[in-house]
Design a protein around this ligand. Structure first.
Ligand code: AMP
Length: 516
């Protein structure tokens, strides 16, 4: 009856549960690793291989391997493999199924209930897509939780004793995320401010290293076709530079071999050189971190007690060094690759416990707590904890300003507003006997009120009474739930790419696929 926490990462994914001693434990996959590459190799339309073998196959058959699918979540994008069209939600579901199968192989139990984590800046469509990926995999998704909250939970928030403010700096494989949280004395977690970059992660560092190595190769072998023109070489370089990067986190220099078009180069790179060619990437993360701290100060959090490093890429020594330099405080680096999965498992347990209590099933809640080895004090602590989340992004309605003849977005809910949030606005009909008013709900992705800084996430029509004169007013209430779902007058809006029927059909298809 364990409940699971899943870190569905851009480059690696992990699954964890709370064991009988009350500690979150990451389930190793059948290869014995705690993180499984988020890569899917399509052997046939109904047969896939997920993980290390898929990532390795990318070298030979790159067109049949999908990676970085997290970056496509919530987008209307599909990939055709062996004649079948796959959505990002389905491909993510295949990764989830592999993690579930690994749990089954180890424990004999198939996970049914899970919390899946997402970057804090994920908007509504991406959160919904993640929820749907879980449903397609056959999971009951208890919650979609922001990664920094999960990280804070696993860094010991369960046993908080005094109020403190935490800065989470999360540099993963494909995304960067930074969040200020306040942990209150009673254990409540308050998200204060959050910012991130959807396409800034370890792979960007890998790319810089690849360019450097290829430039050296071309200097030695000027006559040969460029290595980037050959997809097989590109995949090979990708895995070699990733390995080199990991070595450079430990050693001062590393030599990697590049083989292409019958030529070989041995390229030596020092850590100092690596840091120099990637400095601007690190600078960007620092700028975003300073912005999130500035926003936290506006919300009266002006002292940070702890800086937590999360995400595999935060192992690069330059990260801690630079944060120490600019913030005058040494960050804590502990288990950065697994902290999110572990925190998700803790949250899955806590959330399930609280739901059982609120459903009037205290005996079941207690037996869950006993099963997970919680002491009565810990039980009381989690029973009363609440997590106060903020909106990762703002929402508004597209409006036309007739005087200036321009479109703009009227804000409803601002980014970092406490969730659940609601806003009521009045709309007016523009002509006699108008039957309905159409509204377009936009999610803010940039800074201004310009439609270009937004994307359309949902549309709705507001019915008007028959024979209404021009200027008839209609009040509408918008709500964003704690999970980030958008509702209008209490009715959920479809903000994802897939309808409920499509999710159902995808689940049936995926259930019949062979996944290794
Ligand atoms: P995550 O998504 O948090 O698992 O992070 C995965 C990213 O961390 C990948 O880009 C890895 O290349 C990177 N990574 C893992 N270990 C190290 C390391 N020791 N040094 C530098 N980067 C690492």
């Amino acid at each position: 009856m364990a409940v699971y926490g899943i870190d569905l990462g851009t480059t690696y994914s992990s699954i964890a549960y709370v064991d009988a001693t009350g500690r979150p434990s990451v389930v190793p996959n059948t290869e014995g690793d705690h993180a499984t590459p988020s890569a899917v190799y399509f052997e046939a339309a109904d047969k896939v291989i997920v993980g290390t073998a898929a990532a390795q196959t990318a070298v030979v058959e790159p067109e049949l391997v999908v990676d970085l699918i997290k970056r496509a979540m919530g987008k209307h994008e599909t990939l055709v493999m062996h004649g079948r069209r796959f959505t990002p939600e389905e491909i993510s579901a295949l990764i989830l199924r592999r993690l579930m199968a690994d749990v089954e192989a180890l424990t004999g139990e198939t996970p049914t209930d899970a919390v899946i984590t997402v970057p804090a800046y994920f908007g509504t469509p991406e959160r919904l897509a993640t929820m749907q990926a879980g449903q397609i995999a056959g999971l009951n998704v208890i919650d979609v939780l922001s990664e920094p909250i999960a990280a804070a939970l696993s860094y010991g928030a369960l046993n908080a004793s005094s109020e403190r403010a935490i800065l989470v700096y999360d540099l993963g494989g494909g995304t960067f995320d930074t969040t200020v949280l306040r942990i209150a004395e009673d254990g409540d977690i308050h998200e204060i401010s959050t910012k991130g970059h959807p396409a800034l992660g370890g792979v960007e560092w890998d790319e810089r290293l690849a360019e450097y190595v290829v430039d050296r190769f071309m200097e030695e072998h000027p006559g040969v076709p460029h290595p980037f023109s050959d997809p097989t070489t590109v995949q090979d370089i990708r895995s070699r530079v990733e390995e080199a990067k990991r070595h450079l986190s430990e050693a001062e220099e590393y030599t990697l071999r590049l083989v292409h078009a019958g030529e070989v180069s041995a390229v030596t790179i020092t850590r100092a050189k690596f840091e120099e060619i990637t400095r601007d990437l690190l600078d960007t993360t620092i700028e975003i971190t300073m912005a999130v701290l500035a926003e936290a100060r506006e919300r009266d959090v002006d002292h940070i007690d702890q800086i937590l490093l999360v995400g595999g890429s935060s192992r690069m020594p330059a990260v801690a060094a630079r944060l120490t330099e600019v913030l005058g405080q040494e960050p804590i680096l502990h288990d950065p690759d697994l902290a999110v999965a572990k925190g998700a498992a803790l949250h899955a347990l806590e959330e399930t416990y609280r739901r059982l209590v609120s459903l009037g099933q205290p005996a079941e809640a207690q037996s869950l707590a006993r099963f997970c080895g919680l002491s009565p004090e810990q039980e009381l602590y989690i029973a009363n904890r609440s997590i106060h989340r903020v909106a990762g992004r703002g929402f508004g309605v597209l409006c036309h300003d007739a005087v200036a003849n321009r479109y703009h977005v009227m804000p409803l809910i601002k980014s970092d507003d406490l969730l659940p949030a609601s806003a009521t606005r009045t709309f007016y009909s523009s002509y006699d006997s108008q039957k309905e008013i159409g509204i377009q709900i936009m999610e803010q992705v940039g800074e201004s009120d310009d439609p270009a800084d937004h994307r359309l996430v949902a549309a709705a029509t507001l019915p008007l009474p028959p024979d209404s004169p021009a200027g008839t007013a209609v009040d509408v209430t918008f709500q964003v739930s704690t999970a980030g779902a958008l509702e209008i007058e209490g009715i959920p809006l479809q903000t994802g790419a897939l309808s409920a029927e499509e999710v159902e059909a995808a689940r049936d298809y995926v259930a019949n696929m062979r996944i290794a």
